[in-house]
Design a protein around this ligand. Structure first.
Ligand SMILES: [Zn+2]
Length: 171
C-alpha cells in the first residue's frame, strides 16, 4: 500500500490563530513559537484570471501566481496582513512560510509585493503598517526596490523570480 499521508500538505499551521487587530480588521498571530521556514498556510482555493468574475472579497484575498492569474484560499492564508517589514514570505507560488523565528503573540505578515505585479497601476493600496521601512504605497513587484528584493531573496514568489522583472520607479 502506498503511504499517502506524506502527500497531504499542511494547509494551515496549528500554531496560528485568527484574531481582531486593532485598527486593521483581522489578522493572524502566533499562539506558539514558530521556527524559520516553517509552513504557515497555503493558497489552496479557486483560481481566477484577469477576465474572471471578480468581487471585492475575492479581489482582497487572492495571491498572484502568473501575469493574469490569481488563487484564493479556503484556509487562513487570506487573513495574513501586509507589512513592509514582514516576518513571512513565499515558498514557491502558494505557500506562506516564516522568514525568521516568530514569537508567541506576534502578528504574522508578508509583503504583498512578493507576489503581486498587476499591470494595472490602480491595483495598489496605501500602507499603514507603521514600520520604519514603510513604503506607503504597495502594489507591484516591479516597484519593489532592489535592496528589499535582496533582503527577501528566497522568499519571493517563484513566478516573479523566473520572470526577472526589472525595477521600475513608482511615479
Ligand atoms: Zn508599510
Amino acid at each position: 500500500m502506498p503511504i499517502c499521508g506524506i502527500m497531504i500538505s499542511i494547509m494551515t499551521n496549528s500554531k496560528i490563530k485568527l484574531v481582531k487587530i486593532p485598527g486593521n480588521g483581522k489578522g493572524i498571530v502566533a499562539q506558539a513559537t514558530i521556527k524559520k521556514d516553517e509552513i504557515i498556510a497555503e493558497y489552496d482555493g479557486q483560481v481566477v484570471h484577469l477576465h474572471s468574475k471578480w468581487n471585492n472579497n475575492l479581489a482582497d484575498h487572492v495571491i498572484q501566481f502568473a501575469p493574469k492569474s490569481w488563487r484564493a484560499t479556503n484556509g487562513l492564508a487570506k487573513y495574513l496582513n501586509h507589512s513592509c517589514e514582514p516576518n513571512c514570505g513565499l515558498l514557491g507560488l502558494f505557500t506562506i512560510v516564516a522568514m525568521r523565528a516568530i514569537r508567541v503573540g506576534e502578528q504574522l505578515t508578508w509583503d504583498y509585493e512578493m507576489t503581486e505585479n498587476n499591470k494595472n497601476e490602480r491595483w495598489s493600496m496605501n500602507c499603514h503598517c507603521g514600520t520604519r521601512s514603510c513604503r506607503k504605497i504597495i502594489g507591484a513587484y516591479r516597484h519593489l526596490p532592489l535592496a528589499i528584493r535582496r533582503k527577501y531573496r528566497g522568499y519571493i514568489s517563484s513566478w516573479l523570480v523566473e520572470a526577472k522583472i526589472p525595477y521600475v520607479k513608482r511615479t
